[in-house]
Every structure is written in structure tokens, then in C-alpha cells.
Design a protein around this ligand. Structure first.
Ligand code: C2E
Ligand code: SIN
Ligand code: SIN
Ligand code: FE
Length: 386
């Protein structure tokens, strides 16, 4: 290969890489995928990804032993990987066995003979180190300056994918249920069928996000954060929230604060998912033309998560009965959504809504077919409230 061909080949692989890592949400499969891609792009024999475990201050990695994968852990600060994690500097080592920092245990375990190592830190968007990338045994010679640049670029592309996959790994079924319960607690005062409503918001939002062509992990982010959009209603007095008629101007001003309350409840959370939920809670009543509340954000200033949830929320609110309004026919609600394109809603999101409308309608018609997710919260409770 000429140098020009080599560069072109690498560019093609790099462009492909971004697409590949943004789609995989399973952490183990993602790490395997990344390792494979790095080997092809850097043209080396092996690639390991070490992930930092902050609770134990260790780096862990999966290594292949025969047919099996074993998790290995090294202390933060030990070995080449540990050194890179603690210093934050890339290391290019032509001969590992000549380097005192090299930890031989891994080679002993795997029977592999490490020669050259190129190791780069993995940083998340906030710049924190979340792990280390190691490329090993470059074909022919050691790693060069081009390889260093490329490994750094790959690390930055891979980091957000890895962080997201870690997030889903850490979300157990029971945590998702907790999110739902939290949301139900906030809303069961003002809606007869809160569980159905939340399920609808979640599914409509995910469908629209899909129609918009967002990557899989953004769709999942929206699916799981959207049920919390109205959590701030816990801070609104019954006299306003449950008022059977139209709100006065003052009452509506008070009602608007549910967005700010919701953001306050969620914004200090550490979980990346709850950070997104915070944005949704804060901005789901902003309007695309800048006339919404609470901050009068406009267009792209409104996080895409909130632009999606806002269409799902209004469609669902229109199709359901409220203490203050009868339910609308879905076709009339759909028409309203379209009329508000470019005013209340992002035209691209309305277009996506139209694209998946048949599935949304199916969901709407299915009614309470899938509400078993929240055992214990039944219509009995809602009836008691009303
Ligand atoms: P919600 O009932 O979940 O409604 C969410 C959004 O759906 C509303 O946001 C609005 O954009 C849309 N929407 C709902 N019903 C209608 C309708 O009949 N016509 C139109 N054009 N749009 C509708 P909005 O207006 O910012 O209200 C936020 C929340 O404030 C509502 O959530 C509801 O809890 C409360 N709210 C608003 N208006 C009244 C009211 O007149 N009486 C009472 N009791 N509550 C109200
Ligand atoms: C180390 O980080 O020192 C071990 C490198 C390896 O063999 O992966
Ligand atoms: C959802 O499906 O919308 C969230 C709840 C779950 O699947 O566990
Ligand atoms: Fe709201």
C-alpha cells in the first residue's frame, strides 16, 4: 500500500467506526467490536480495553483464554495501563520487556508475547479518565506518530459509547421499575390511568426518536427518561393540579413551575440517564419558536430529548381525558400536532411523528394492555384519589 492509500483506508475505517460504536449498547459486545476495529485500523495484532472501576480503584479487562473470556483486574497505577490511567498521557513503548513499568502477569496468564505497546487514556466528554486503550504488536515495526494520533481519536470516539453501555449495564430491571414508581407517585394525583399514560409517553417518545433516525442509545435514553418529565408536579398544590376547570393566569404561572421543580429534583443525580431526565423535565414545555416556558428557549437550544418528548406529551394529553378537558379523537390530535409544526414543535420531530404515526396509533388503541410493569399501583388507588 502507498502512504496515500493507507491514509485513505484508515479514514474509511474511522468513519465506519463512529457508526459501529454508536449502535451497540451491550458493553461486552461493544468492547469486542472496538478491539476488532482498532486492530484493523492500526494494523496491530491485539487490542485491549481497560475500564476503570472507581469503587475499587482497579482497571478491569476481558481477556480471551482459549475459548473463554475471563475478567482480569489490575490496580490503578500499576502496569502500563495503570500508568496511563493515572498520568493521563499516551505511552508509546517499542519493547515492553525493556520497560520497568510493564506488568508481566498478563503475558504469563495468556501465554502471549507482548512486544510493542501503544496505550492511550479513554476520556469521557467531561474529560475524566474512564479507562485505557492498549494496542499491541504492530505488524513489522513499532507504533509511529500517526498511530498515536489515531488511537487518541479512536479513544474519544469510543468513550461516549462505552460510557453509555456501562450505564445500561448498571441499570437493572428493578432500577427501571423504581424510575417508573417515582414517576407514578408524582402523577397519580391528576390522572386516572397514570401507568398507561407513562407507558404511552415512553413508547411514543421512543418511536418518534426512532423515526428521527437517532442512534439506538439515544432512543433508549429517551425511552427511559421520558416518564419522569412531569415529576415536578409533586410540588404543585392539589387545588391547582386537580382543579376541574380552567386555570386562572396566576394558577397557570404556578403550574408552569413544575418544569423547574422537576429539574431541581433530578439535576443533582449522578446517573447519566437522570441527567437526561433532568433536561427533559426542564424543557418539555419550551416551544420551537421560543414562546414556551420556563426559559423561552428556541429551536436547537432546546435539547433534542425535550423536543421529542414534547410532541409525545401533547399528543397523549390531547387523547386522554383530563379534569379540565374531554379527550380528543386521535386524528384531531394528529392534525393539531401538524398545525403546530414550526410553532410549538420542531418540524423534523413532527415529520418523525408522522412517519411512525401508525405505530403510535396502535399503542394508543392497545390501551392498558401492558401496564403490568408496575405491580401494586392499580386503578384502585387512582379511584380512591378521585
Ligand atoms: P397536561 O394535562 O399533561 O398537558 C400537557 C400539554 O398538552 C399542555 O401543556 C398543552 O400543551 C397540551 N394540552 C393539553 N390539553 C390541551 C388542550 O385542551 N388544548 C391544547 N391546545 N393543548 C392541550 P400546558 O398547557 O403547558 O399545561 C401543562 C400542565 O398544566 C398540564 O399538563 C396540566 O396538568 C396543567 N393545566 C393546563 N391547563 C389547565 C387547566 O385549564 N386546568 C387544569 N386543572 N390544569 C391545567
Ligand atoms: C500492562 O498494562 O502493563 C500490561 C499490558 C498487557 O499485556 O496488556
Ligand atoms: C419501557 O419499556 O418503556 C420501560 C420499562 C421497561 O421496559 O422495563
Ligand atoms: Fe409538563
Amino acid at each position: 500500500m502507498t502512504r496515500a492509500e493507507e491514509i485513505e483506508n484508515r479514514l474509511r475505517l474511522l468513519v465506519n467506526f463512529g457508526g459501529v460504536v454508536s449502535k451497540e449498547t451491550n458493553l461486552t459486545r461493544l468492547l469486542e467490536l472496538i478491539a476488532e476495529q482498532v486492530k484493523a485500523i492500526i494494523n496491530c495484532d491485539r487490542c485491549s480495553v481497560f475500564i476503570l472501576d472507581r469503587r475499587t480503584n482497579e482497571l478491569w479487562s476481558k481477556v480471551a483464554l482459549g475459548m473463554q473470556h475471563t475478567e482480569i483486574r489490575v490496580p490503578f497505577g500499576k502496569g502500563i495501563a495503570g500508568h496511563v490511567a493515572s498520568s493521563g498521557q499516551i505511552l508509546n513503548i517499542p519493547d515492553a520487556y525493556q520497560d520497568a513499568r510493564f506488568n508481566h502477569d498478563l503475558d504469563r496468564l495468556t501465554g502471549y508475547r507482548t512486544r510493542s505497546i501503544l496505550a492511550a487514556p479513554l476520556r469521557n466528554v467531561s474529560g475524566h479518565i474512564i479507562g485505557v486503550f492498549e494496542a499491541m504488536n504492530k505488524a513489522g515495526q513499532g507504533f509511529n506518530v500517526d498511530d498515536e494520533g489515531i488511537l487518541q481519536l479512536i479513544s474519544s470516539l469510543a468513550a461516549s459509547g462505552i460510557e453509555n453501555a456501562q450505564l445500561y449495564e448498571s441499570l437493572s430491571k428493578s432500577q427501571l421499575e423504581t424510575i417508573y414508581r417515582l414517576a407514578v407517585t408524582a402523577e397519580y394525583r391528576d390522572q386516572h390511568d397514570t401507568a398507561i399514560h407513562l407507558r404511552h409517553i415512553s413508547e411514543y417518545s421512543a418511536l418518534i426518536a426512532h423515526g428521527l433516525g437517532l442512534p439506538e442509545r439515544e432512543i433508549e435514553n429517551i425511552r427511559y427518561s421520558s416518564p419522569l418529565h412531569d415529576i415536578g408536579k409533586v410540588g404543585i398544590a392539589d387545588a391547582i393540579l386537580l382543579k376541574p376547570g380552567k386555570l386562572t393566569a396566576d394558577e397557570f404561572e404556578e403550574m408552569k413551575k413544575h418544569t423547574v421543580y422537576g429539574a431541581k429534583i433530578l439535576c443533582n443525580a449522578e446517573s447519566a440517564l437522570l441527567q437526561i431526565a433532568c433536561k427533559v423535565a426542564a424543557s418539555h414545555h419550551e416551544k420551537f419558536d421560543g414562546t414556551g416556558y420556563p426559559a423561552r428557549l428556541k429551536g436547537e437550544q432546546i435539547p433534542v430529548y425535550a423536543r421529542v418528548v414534547s410532541v409525545a406529551d401533547v399528543f397523549d394529553a390531547l387523547c386522554m381525558q383530563r379534569v379540565y378537558k374531554p379527550k380528543w379523537d386521535p386524528e384531531k390530535a394528529r392534525q393539531y400536532i401538524n398545525e403546530e409544526s414550526g410553532k410549538s414543535f420542531d418540524p423534523a420531530v413532527v415529520e418523525a411523528f408522522e412517519k411512525v404515526y401508525d405505530d403510535i396509533l396502535k399503542m394508543h388503541m392497545a390501551g392498558d394492555g401492558k401496564t403490568t410493569i408496575i405491580p401494586g399501583i392499580t386503578r384502585e388507588i387512582n379511584r380512591h384519589i378521585y
